[in-house]
Design a binder for this molecule. Structure first.
Ligand code: CP
Length: 302
């Protein structure tokens, strides 16, 4: 494949191939010398039109571990602020003959647009509310690392599902395996209908008590155009996962969050920092997973 725009178009076999490759790269990352010469002489650009901590830094590390030359494009100091379009920004970058473009943008569909207009390999690092494919891949990698499998698991995704590209990519990925997914949250933030493998819960305890994995999401106030919740305080009171949950969760339930977390809103500090939390493992696994994605894509020959 030339690009990774979304999980939707990947087969289970392709997902497994990425996860197996990521496992091999994770072994490389545990060596003294964490770098391989695989992509020496190739160039990657990280084009982030939206803020990011985890995705941007782990892509940069992944690229450097693969011996790529890396350009970081800072939108706030670029000619985008003077009104340059996405298309003209892309054509300018293309003139440097780059091989990989990692892009985050606030518009859903922007990654596909760019992929269709450049010979470089495009990796979607999050486009609007559409998809965040490498997040779902690193989530799957992390679950398998702890649970040994995806098949047969019950996974509760809690919170602002309607505005979450992470939830969408996870839904696509987990649905290619034999999983049961619970969407849990207030009716205003959940879809009205869901596929057969998804159950909708408007009660937090009911939705998470039997789950093997509880995946919490941030309330994305920046993507909401209306008043979907009365206040963050009320959201936290009703939907925040707090230490009381330990009394009814299964003993081996793991807690995940893609970040950035709003401590005290969707997740309490006791939960975030507990031994059940694999949040930092997710961050670590972002590097190997993104190395695998870059390694397996093939830019078009110029
Ligand atoms: N999970 C995630 O996309 O985090 P960042 O916004 O920090 O990249």
């Amino acid at each position: 494949m030339k690009d990774l725009v979304g999980i939707k178009e990947l087969s289970r076999h392709e997902i497994e191939e990425i996860l197996n490759t990521a496992k091999a790269f994770k072994e490389v990352l545990q060596r003294d010398i964490k770098k391989v010469p695989t992509l020496r002489g190739k160039t990657a650009i990280n084009l982030f039109f939206e803020p990011s901590t985890r995705t941007r830094t782990s892509f940069e590390l992944a690229e450097k571990r693969l011996s790529l030359d890396v350009l970081n494009f800072s939108v706030s100091t670029s000619s985008v602020v003077k009104g340059e379009t996405l298309y003209d920004t892309l054509k300018t970058i293309e003139a440097y003959n780059v091989d990989y473009i990692v892009m985050r943008h606030s518009s859903s569909g922007s990654a596909r647009f760019v992929a269709e207009h450049t010979p470089a390999s495009v990796i979607n690092a999050g486009d609007g509310t559409n998809e965040h494919p490498t997040q779902a891949l690193l989530d799957a990698f992390s679950i398998i690392e702890v649970k040994g499998r995806l098949d047969g698991l019950k996974i509760a995704i809690v919170g602002d599902i309607n505005h979450s590209r992470v939830a969408r990519s996870n839904l696509y990925l987990l649905s290619k395996f034999d999983t049961q997914i619970n969407f849990v949250g207030p009716p205003t933030l959940l879809p009205l209908e869901a596929p057969d493998n998804v159950k909708i819960f408007y009660d937090l305890k009911e939705g998470i008590k039997n789950a093997d994995v509880v995946m919490l999401l941030r309330v994305q106030l920046e993507r909401q155009k209306g008043a979907y919740i009365p206040s963050l305080k009320e959201y936290s009171h009703v939907w925040g996962v707090k230490k009381e949950a330990f009394s009814y969760l299964k003993n081996d339930t793991i807690i995940m969050h893609p970040g950035p977390m709003n401590r005290g809103v969707e997740i309490s500090t006791e939960i975030a920092d507990s031994s059940r939390s694999i949040i930092l493992k997710q961050v670590t696994n972002g590097i190997a997973t993104r190395m695998a994605v870059i390694y397996l894509l093939t830019p078009k020959e110029a």
